[in-house]
Design a protein around this ligand. Structure first.
Ligand SMILES: [Zn+2]
Ligand SMILES: [Zn+2]
Ligand SMILES: [Zn+2]
Length: 261
């Protein structure tokens, strides 16, 4: 079976921006909404593809996300980039070390690998005094070439996030492109013929490092996946109200959204 025919199951673990929604100290309509879809943890997804169970990013709420959605097994972690909202849950990967009695392989580009080694130096430096209280991770550097996790091929999608080159990922006919303000033409070619796209759409107001909703809708039309979900959302966008005004085939993602692609 080719990768494009492999069924992919996805759970949006976190659909929120870096501050999460509700935000500390904000009592706006969305931050106080009783609609559970307005409660957004930091950005992460879980993907099941063939025999592989893959987490994209380790958000600060990793433990809560994995308990809530019964993520009992992990074969690999992929990192989009090193920003705090995408990496600060890394220590919680220890639990998967205990469950599998093995290291967790983590795939990231060179800049992200260097940042992870610096930010979480305790995890990567030998420490004879606390050998059991740190995550056991194997960092694998990737570039823009497709790579394999087990028997599955994953295609990195180079994206620009403000000035920073980051990665999206394509799994068969599903792609995840969070944290971007520009998608180069060569990357658009990698996003053809998608059933489902998850794309950054921060808020209505423009931002130097993220698509706002208007730009994301325009980009979604260009990419033309059958269905596009927007993620990395601030408190500016109430779920129900925003969804009503979106074009057919587009919707806001929400925490816990499950997709079969
Ligand atoms: Zn608010
Ligand atoms: Zn970022
Ligand atoms: Zn982010």
């Amino acid at each position: 079976m080719s990768e494009n025919e492999t069924q992919v199951e996805v759970i949006i673990l976190g659909s929120g921006t870096s501050s999460g929604v509700p935000m500390i100290g904000c009592h706006c309509e969305v931050c106080t909404s009783t609609d559970p879809r307005d409660q957004r943890t930091r950005p992460s997804i879980w993907v099941s593809m063939g025999e592989q169970r893959i987490l994209v990013d380790t958000s600060p709420e990793l433990r809560l996300q994995c308990v809530a959605h019964r993520i009992d097994h992990l074969d690999a972690v992929l990192y989009t980039h090193h920003h705090a909202d995408h990496v600060l849950g890394l220590d919680d990967l220890r639990r998967y070390n205990w469950l599998t009695q093995d290291a967790v392989p983590c795939y990231a580009n060179e800049r992200t690998v260097q940042s992870l080694e610096r930010m979480f130096s305790y995890a990567f430096e030998a420490d004879p005094y606390s050998p059991h209280s740190r995550p056991n991770l194997v960092l694998r550097t990737i570039d823009s070439r497709p790579f394999r996790v087990g028997e599955q091929t994953i295609i990195p999608i180079p994206l620009i996030h403000g000035q920073l080159p980051v990665l999206g990922f394509r799994f068969g006919r599903f792609a995840y492109c969070t944290d971007c303000s520009l998608i180069p033409d060569e990357s658009l070619a990698l996003l053809e013929d998608l059933d489902v796209l998850v794309l950054d759409a921060l808020r209505r107001t423009p931002h130097p490092a993220h698509f706002n909703l208007e730009q994301a809708v325009e980009m979604a039309h260009r990419i033309d996946a059958r269905q596009t979900y927007f993620t990395h959302i601030t408190h500016e966008l109430g779920h129900a109200e925003t969804n009503k005004a979106l074009p057919d085939g587009m919707a806001l993602a929400h925490d816990g959204l499950r997709l079969i692609v």
